[in-house]
Design a protein around this ligand. Structure first.
Ligand code: SAH
Length: 516
């Protein structure tokens, strides 16, 4: 058996978008992903669905796996012929012990790549508005570990040399040693008024910054009970934050927003949350798929075989479009056989999906509930006409009923079905308990039912009670009713039942909560 390959990948500081393209490609290509909590669980969404995910971090009943064991694990996996990605927080070469991992791989004659990442040493200050160098203020920077015990710190850090440099000093793993560090720096000649910043959980929803001077920072850290992980920045560049701070101003800063839609549909919502400075957290509880029951498949085959007979094809969702074409392909039916039919596409996303397939809809209503839409259709649809309605299994009855009332013959086919997606991310219950989820978004009734079911599967007995301190946002009144019926207290429902409307409503709600 040929040996596999190991990618030692820098995952960046936490924001899952701060991984390199090369790192992402390695992740997407791997059979196995070895990760811990600092190298964000959200990045695993990019791994192949069938890839094995091995967590080597801390669990309630287990310490972080020992470095030697991780090294050996990488070797064993590669010897099985598998392609492995080892995700590491920040950059793997900056206090990441990548040397030890690479060394053992080399000794076992296993090929590897070290893929750099964005180290927290520069990115976390940047997210706090602090550039580590500056034309006038700092022409160098040093990255220093603060992890060691004081005597070892003294041996590994030449305080006199470090201190005399005019550059910025960046300490990682130093929060508990802040008193000792500032003392040494002052003792060796840095002015007590030198600005210092600590940035905790940079690039994540929890990002917090504390600013002081060498003289008072220890006291401030104690007063604020400031906890690791944090990056400590010492030097004049810290003052740049007064003018350059940027993340805190964004409307959804500090808010982690759970996205429950199917993975295939989640990206637009996630991107818009991200744009407003929130942290989308994807936890898909539904997935759409082609039905498997033979009765359903036969009904689809029969309905599509009649292509020439339809006067109308009415598509009400992007999924409807995608799966309509899926079945045409499956049964080798040329779309031109629908030459007689006019196409209706409800909503801009649906018509765009249709246009992408080369069909420009004849009628593009915003939605069927919109004032006058059904009346308008009433004028166009003639008695006896046949309308094909490719849709999901949860579609509502309004449209077919109205068509019947107009004397037309609707033919409904369930081209896709919505099913429960079993939870893959095991951290959610802990995040909920810790108050790390601030908003939950529901975009359909099934997302409500399925999230509650997923939480039960993850061991939460009374999910509605567990969610009571979280802001619940529903895309429209029907979803909101389902949520309320299930014991959730809904605080956000946009007037306009679209993704844009939903995200805007989140920002509005946030402003109210902040008392603005
Ligand atoms: N290889 C990593 C550093 C590992 S040492 C890198 O290049 O970033 C772990 C230390 O990194 C933490 O103790 C903390 O000082 C820092 N760190 C990593 N991610 C951080 C984050 N998001 N916010 C603040 N500090 C972080």
């Amino acid at each position: 058996m040929s040996k596999g390959k190991v990618y030692l990948v820098g995952a960046g500081p936490g924001d899952p978008k701060l991984i390199t393209v090369r790192g992402l490609e390695a992740l997407q290509r791997s059979d196995v992903v070895v990760f811990d909590r600092l190298a964000g669980p959200q990045l695993l969404n990019h791994a192949r669905p069938d890839a094995e995910r091995i967590y080597v971090g801390k669990l309630p009943d287990r310490h972080t796996m020992k470095q030697e064991d991780i090294n050996q694990l990488l070797v064993d996996l590669a010897l099985q012929g598998r392609t492995v990605t080892r995700l590491k927080g920040g950059d793997p070469t900056v206090f990441g012990r990548v040397g030890e991992e690479a060394d053992l791989l080399r000794r076992n004659d296993i090929s590897y790549e070290i893929i750099p990442g964005i180290t927290s040493a520069i990115s976390v200050p940047a997210y706090a508005g602090i550039p580590v160098t500056h034309r006038d203020l700092a022409s160098s920077f040093s990255v220093i570990t603060g992890h060691e015990s004081p005597d070892k710190l003294d041996r590994s850090i030449q305080w006199d040399k470090v201190t005399n440099a005019t550059g910025t000093l960046v300490f990682l793993m130093g929060v508990s040693k802040i008193g000792y560090i500032s003392e040494q720096l002052m003792k060796h000649g840095r002015a007590p008024a030198t600005p210092v910043a600590l940035v905790q959980w940079g690039t994540r929803a929890e990002q917090k910054t504390l600013v002081g001077t060498l003289r008072d920072i220890e006291r401030k850290v104690k007063e604020a009970d400031f906890q690791p992980p944090a990056v400590i920045i010492v030097g004049e560049v810290v003052r740049q934050r007064e003018t350059l701070a940027w993340v805190e101003d964004r409307p959804l800063f500090g808010q982690r927003v759970l996205v429950t839609r199917a993975r295939s549909q989640a990206s637009e919502l996630a991107a818009k949350i991200d744009e407003l400075g929130g942290e989308p957290y994807e936890f898909p509880v539904i997935e759409t798929r082609a039905p498997k029951a033979s009765a359903t498949i036969n009904a689809i085959r029969k309905a599509l075989a009649d292509a020439e007979a339809y006067d109308w094809v009415m598509l009400t969702s992007v999924n409807g479009v995608e799966f309509f074409f899926h079945w045409l392909d499956r049964f080798s039916i040329d779309i031109r056989r629908f030459h007689k039919a006019k196409f209706v596409a409800v909503g801009p996303k649906t018509s765009a999906a249709l246009a992408a397939r080369g069909i420009l809809a004849d009628l593009l209503p915003e939605n069927f509930r919109a004032e006058g839409m059904l009346d308008r259709l009433d004028g166009l649809v003639k008695p006896g006409q046949k309308a094909l309605l490719p849709r999901g299994d949860l579609a509502r009855e309004l449209l077919p009923n109205e068509l019947k009332a107009m004397g037309a013959e609707p033919v409904e086919i369930d081209v896709y079905e919505t099913v429960f997606a079993a939870p893959q991310d095991l951290w959610l219950p802990e995040m909920i308990a810790n108050g790390e989820i601030h908003f939950i978004t529901f975009t359909s009734s099934s997302t409500v039912h399925n999230l509650l079911q997923a939480l039960r599967q993850l061991g939460i007995e009374d999910p509605a009670a567990a969610l009571q301190n979280i802001e619940i946002a529903c895309i429209g009144p029907i979803t909101a009713r389902t949520a309320e019926q299930n014991g959730l207290h809904v605080t956000v429902v946009p007037e306009d039942s679209t993704i844009d409307g939903l995200v805007q409503a989140l920002a509005d709600r946030r402003r109210i909560l902040k008392g603005e």
